[in-house]
Ligand binder design. Structure first.
Ligand SMILES: [Zn+2]
Length: 337
């Protein structure tokens, strides 16, 4: 155990949703009959399923050969991963996409309440998936609008309601992110400590490792963060969704450990990986015109530029000057790779 880990759970912020009107409903950890401050309806809430737990040590993330092989097999598989935001539940296609308007938020809110009521009536897998997906979309929307406190009640309500542990754990990781961005490290640790099983689903495993790496960076443990993301892309099985972000964490950890050259190499490797990923998702480099290839490269650079920017908050400003030095040399250099 690294000294300084707290073992208490900070659940002073248990906020669910009113069963009738959907307003945020502050609830005690014990639960009970709770009147809504908006519509007056009384919701009868059970005790919180979450409580004080020990944060698992970083060694818990180590893989046996069999676990590694199982995760690698998932990476190679073309099966649909239900935990992915890309796996849109039937009937919710109109809620997919990047619409960040207030109207889209309202539609998602209504879809959330509908799915919540369906989950309370029974435990159909389709309803569970709907509730999970809408909660994740709402978290996404509020993340982009910097309204983290609005995402928390949906995430808490869904993580208390959902039975599938993969869904529940993915949403708990979102709650870790919400607490981190709100500057509440103890709360972030409390949510993180709820997940004590490893590894299982490749998306969940990748997200868990990535989130824990952010947490370790926050608490001044770059060595621990580096162990979690590995020294190179592919050192550990990682879902595509988390490869660029793991490159950022690797760069940040290396920078803090006093190796700016290695940090720069980690960033460059991330840009090139994302560029090739963009090419592949568009049919492969040989299928694309020179202009399309440049677009794939520009989009990859754009993503890293945003993530390294000082106002990105989560990634911090320490990479901004490093990125400012290497970014001008990037465009067009793909032709020589
Ligand atoms: Zn109400």
């Amino acid at each position: 155990m690294v000294p300084g880990y707290r073992v208490t759970m900070h659940l002073e912020a248990r906020i669910l949703l009113c069963e009738r009107c959907g307003a945020p409903l502050p609830v005690t950890n014990q639960g009970g009959a709770t009147p809504c401050g908006y519509c007056g309806a009384v919701s009868v809430i059970g005790p919180s399923p979450f409580g004080p737990r020990l944060l698992p040590p970083l060694q818990a993330f180590a893989l046996t050969d069999a676990q590694r092989a199982a995760l690698q097999a998932q990476l190679a598989s073309t099966d649909t991963n239900l935990t992915s935001l890309n796996c849109v539940p039937d009937g919710l296609g109109d809620l997919d996409g990047l619409d960040m308007s207030e109207a889209a938020r309202e539609r998602l809110h209504r879809a959330f309440l509908k799915a919540l009521r369906a989950c309370r009536r029974g435990d159909r897998a389709a309803d569970q998936h709907r509730l999970y997906w809408v909660a994740l979309r709402l978290a996404n929307l509020h993340f982009f609008q910097n309204q983290h406190e609005r995402a928390a009640p949906y995430l808490q309500q869904a993580s208390e309601t959902l039975l599938d542990p993969r869904f529940r754990r993915m949403l708990l990781l979102e709650l870790v992110g919400v607490a981190r961005r709100q500057g509440q490290p103890a709360q972030a640790e409390g949510w993180l400590a709820q997940i004590d099983e490893f590894p299982g689903d490749i998306l969940l495993y990748s997200n868990h490792r990535d989130t824990r790496a952010s947490f370790e960076l926050d608490r001044g443990n770059p060595q621990g963060a580096l162990a979690l993301v590995g020294m190179t892309i592919g050192a550990l099985p990682t879902a595509d969704e988390y490869v660029p972000s793991s490159c950022l964490k690797r760069a940040r950890a290396l920078h803090r450990l006093g190796s700016p050259q290695l940090a720069e190499a980690a960033l460059l490797a991330g840009v090139r990986w994302l560029q090739r990923f963009n090419e592949t998702t568009n049919g492969g480099a040989s299928q694309l015109s020179p202009e399309q290839l440049r677009t794939c490269e520009r989009n990859a650079i754009f993503w890293f530029t945003n993530q390294c920017a000082p106002e990105a908050g989560e990634q911090g400003s320490e990479l901004a000057s490093l990125w400012g030095r290497i970014e001008p040399g990037l465009v067009g250099s793909a032709a020589h790779r």
